[in-house]
Design a protein around this ligand. Sequence first.
Ligand SMILES: [Fe+2]
Length: 414
Amino acid sequence: MQNETVWSFCIPQVIKFGEGAVEEVGYEVKRLGGSKALLVTDAGIVEAGISEKVERLLKDSQVEVKVWDKVEPEPSIEVYRKCYDYAKDKGFEVIVGLGGGSAMDVGKAVGMFLEYRGDPLDYVAPPTGKGKKYAGPGIPKIAVPTTSGTGSEVSPTVVISLPEKKLKVGISDNHQRPQVAIVDPLLTVDMPPGVTAASGMDALCHAIECYTTRGYARKSRPSSPAERPVYNGATPLTDICVIEAIELAGKYLRRAVNNGYDIEARKGMSLASLLAGIAFSNAGLTAVHAMAYPVGGRFHTAHGVTNALLLPYVMQFNAAGDAPKFAHIAELLGEDIEGLSLKEAAKKAALAARELALDIGIPKSLKEFGCREEDAPHLAEETLKIQRILVGNPRRVTLEDLEKMFDKAIQGEL
Ligand SMILES: [Fe+2]
């Protein structure tokens, strides 16, 4: 039996960060032993000329490259199947996922399917899928983000939409983590303000949730072996990453939304997103992400926007669960907590997160997406099923607690 107090920390083999880092994509493909690569991306990235740039860089390094650009936002299982059908039996040696979380997710998963075969559902956890595990690291994968938020470039997880079931499921396996993450802030400058705001708030949610997630390694680690290798709860290493990430997002997110060509701000948000991704893919998350899943499935709200909207309500509820950390978050987001009691300072964190979200144009209430008061009980029931995430929440959450938080978020009253 695994020692309950042991935690682990996994990251890609190589992380390249900085302005112009993408120039090294060809070198990295070669280093991984590839001379034939599949570039997985979406139409927007092609239109922005980023795909063509990466293709040229690969060809300059004598890498033969084919492009599959049919990734859609919040990709359905059909998108994964189509990419796999295109790629199989063509002899690709390296997969490069270029774009937001969706493109990187599809690239990561297809790199695994090409080696281990079968259908995506074979690898999704039961009861929806068969829960099959990958036998090894699959085809080498390189992830190149063009947004600052998902952290997919360093995470072992992919998210798959099942539209007919109004459900989002995931495959989480350490073998699926990219071998190389190339984070070039210059690739994010053309991101529109709305996407910058949503993805930036997603990164902030990852950081805040991860900082306050309960240490499973101490007492209440999930007993299911399938859950255990991936998330530890917060550890000293993840804390170091997210403290920096929260401060960076507090300092740079407004600037990045207001002026996409503010390179210092873009660089700050790229780093915030990377650090938060490294941390949460080891530590886990809390009720914000759990509550966002049923909302997104039912009202088709964007992942980052849903999280941003729910964040202050969960922070308000959780503040009592870890007052020192929430007081620290308030401070990291620029609040003056001098002279306040720990309890008062902790409460300021939710207000600071809400102010930031409103400043960058995140809607105030779930009502604005057609969500009504009578939807709260159902959303709460669906959330309560997501125990793999809820188990990390710093306060125990009941059905009633979830319903109250949804009520407030629907009304927009903190
Ligand atoms: Fe997220």
